[in-house]
Design a protein. Structure first.
Length: 579
């Protein structure tokens, strides 16, 4: 049996090449490669300074080469302070301070020369004249002033120049002091710990190996953002799809191949449990006074996930080299999709979507955002006006398009431009490939909406049949008038008026839409074209009215919405909007 080898190569992990960084919404997974040479027998490879914000259970080490991996140990150890580096920084500070002192001494000499020269000028004409000017000798005075002018100017220039040099030297000294103090501060911090990984390997002969060090870190995330530009003349919509990355993990990602993932590893794999959800009739105040209050749980509970802690040492044993090759998926684009200048590969699985950014990026650890381009898509658009007068009596111009690309648009912040003019910042909802979506282009001031006060009245004494019995009932009648005026001279418009119609949540309550006559909303299948909505009224899945009307140029239309609510006469009703 071979005796253990004494070799123990050390590697500073933050300096190793990054193979891939997968960024999630709340963390990142970093894959670095470490190359080493093993001696015959047992070798211990030391991977130092693995990320401070390491998620301990996420770390794994995989390898390639003619060797066997026996053990992987993670230790939380005090940081080793480089005393040699500390001495070097101290010497640099002393050298820079010596240069600064020399410059200040030179300035002091120049200032004294200026003071002496100015003193001689001030003494001319006084009772106590400087030496050489005791007798009134205008020729000597004239010669003095011929000397004074150039000399005073030269001294002033030298003082200004050396003050500039002193300012630069002070900045250099301050920078050197700051770096040295950081090192000194690290020496004094006895509770500063780092994560070191010890990998035990066995080789039959001297061989070269490669280790993949894969770990997850906190304080990293990405969010989607968009820039949507709409050209109303050509009916084209240009969608620029970006990923905004932030990371303050304590380590820099230099020349890193990036993958943005929609997976959520923080949610874990445990399925939440549900209890029984009971519903009961709301008791009146008189009933509550006569009865003891009862408990009713109206919320849903999610069992919290078990956390994990780092206790200082953890062992993880892996198998042979090459036993777990990383999986990869080749991307093939659907030729029927219209996706222009897409700069990312898209890999979809049952649980997530990954966007592989083609260009490597350097993202230092900081609080700044870094934007990378996921793709640029050109889409055909159709334009229609929409209004929700019960919320806002204004007409919004919207562009409708179908996502004919292979990119899934995730919910994110969006900047909207119409005909190269910035409109507003808004948000985009999730849009799958092949799905239709709308983009608001702002308020059209040429269309005026008047939302008149609703007329409501009650009718009592009617009867309706329920379960073989005739029940005494009340009827609430609501009439709402909406006036749409198109002030444009030559342009007719198509506008969708959205208005809430109550939806019954009780079998004793009946809602009847009297005007207009509406048909139930029917979802249409996927289409490669965006069609304008047909004129007429329909009720969507939330029982809200969507009334599409065409308003001619320079004209107006009055829309009357009328509905009734039948309910038991001895009861009261309330309307609650739920999203």
């Amino acid at each position: 049996m071979r005796s253990p080898s004494s070799t123990s190569p050390h590697f500073n992990v933050p300096e190793q090449k990054i193979v891939k960084v997968i960024v999630y919404n709340d963390r990142a997974e970093v894959n670095r490669i470490v190359k080493s040479t093993l001696k015959p027998g047992f070798n211990e490879v030391v991977l130092k300074n693995v990320a401070r914000l390491l998620i301990p259970d996420s770390l794994r080490v995989e390898g390639r080469g003619n060797a066997k991996m026996h053990d992987v140990v993670v230790k939380h150890e005090p940081e080793e302070i480089d005393s040699v580096r500390n001495a070097e920084l101290k010497n640099v500070v002393m050298e820079k301070e010596a240069v600064l002192k020399e410059l200040k001494d030179r300035k002091s000499i120049l200032v004294k020369q200026q003071d002496g020269l100015n003193l001689m000028v001030s003494q001319i004409g006084n009772s106590k004249k400087p030496k050489g000017f005791e007798d009134t000798n205008f020729s000597n005075i004239e010669k003095f002033f011929e000397f004074y002018g150039p000399k005073a100017e030269a001294l002033a220039t030298d003082v200004r120049n050396i003050e500039t040099e002193i300012k630069k030297a002070e900045e250099i000294v301050q920078k050197a002091r700051t770096e040295w103090m950081k090192q000194e501060h690290g020496v004094s911090m006895h509770n500063r710990y780092v994560n070191n990984v010890y990998v035990t390997l066995e080789a039959e002969e001297e061989t070269s190996i490669e280790l993949d060090v894969i770990y997850q870190v906190r304080n990293a995330s990405w969010t989607p953002s968009y820039s949507i530009r709409v050209d109303t003349e050509s009916s084209m919509m240009n969608v620029s799809y970006f990923g905004k990355i932030t990371q303050s993990t304590g380590e820099d990602w230099r020349d890193a191949p990036l993958v943005l993932s929609t997976a959520k590893p923080s949610l874990g794999g445990r399925i939440p449990e549900l209890g029984a959800l009971d519903v009961q009739v709301k008791r009146r105040r008189m009933d509550r006074e006569r009865h003891m209050p009862g408990g009713f749980g109206g919320g849903f509970g999610v069992i919290p996930q078990n956390g994990f802690g780092f206790t200082g040492e953890r062992r993880q044993v892996s198998g042979l080299f090459g036993a777990a090759p990383s999986s990869s998926t080749d991307l093939t684009y659907n030729e029927d999709r219209r996706c222009v200048d897409v700069t990312t590969e898209v890999t979809q699985s049952a649980l997530s979507t990954e966007f592989k950014i083609q260009r490597e990026a350097t993202i230092p650890s900081s609080t700044n955002e870094h934007k990378v381009t996921i793709g640029i898509v050109d889409l055909n658009a159709q334009f229609v006006h929409q209004t929700v007068p019960s919320k806002n009596a204004a007409a919004f111009l919207t562009a409708s398009a179908i996502n004919t690309s292979d990119l899934a648009f995730l919910a994110g912040q969006t900047s909207i431009f119409r005909d190269n003019a910035f409109i507003a910042n808004t948000s985009l909802k999730d849009v799958s490939p092949g799905e239709k979506f709308d983009c608001s282009l702002g308020v059209d001031t040429g269309i005026r909406i008047e939302y008149k006060p609703a007329m409501k009245y009650q009718q009592h004494g009617g009867f309706h049949q329920q379960g073989g019995f005739y029940m005494n009932q009340s009827t609430s009648v609501t009439e709402q008038t909406i006036v749409i005026k198109n002030t444009r001279v030559n342009t007719p418009i198509l506008i969708i008026v959205k208005h809430p119609i109550p939806r019954s949540a009780d079998g004793r309550i009946k809602v009847n839409l009297i005007s207009p006559t509406a048909t139930p909303f029917q979802e249409t299948g996927e289409s490669s074209q965006v069609a304008l909505p047909a004129e007429g009224a329909k009720l969507n899945s939330l029982n809200n009215l969507e009334w599409t009307v065409k308003v001619a140029a320079n004209s107006s239309q009055n829309l009357l919405i009328q509905y009734t609510i039948d309910y038991p006469r001895d009861e009261s009703i309330e309307l609650n909007e739920k999203f």
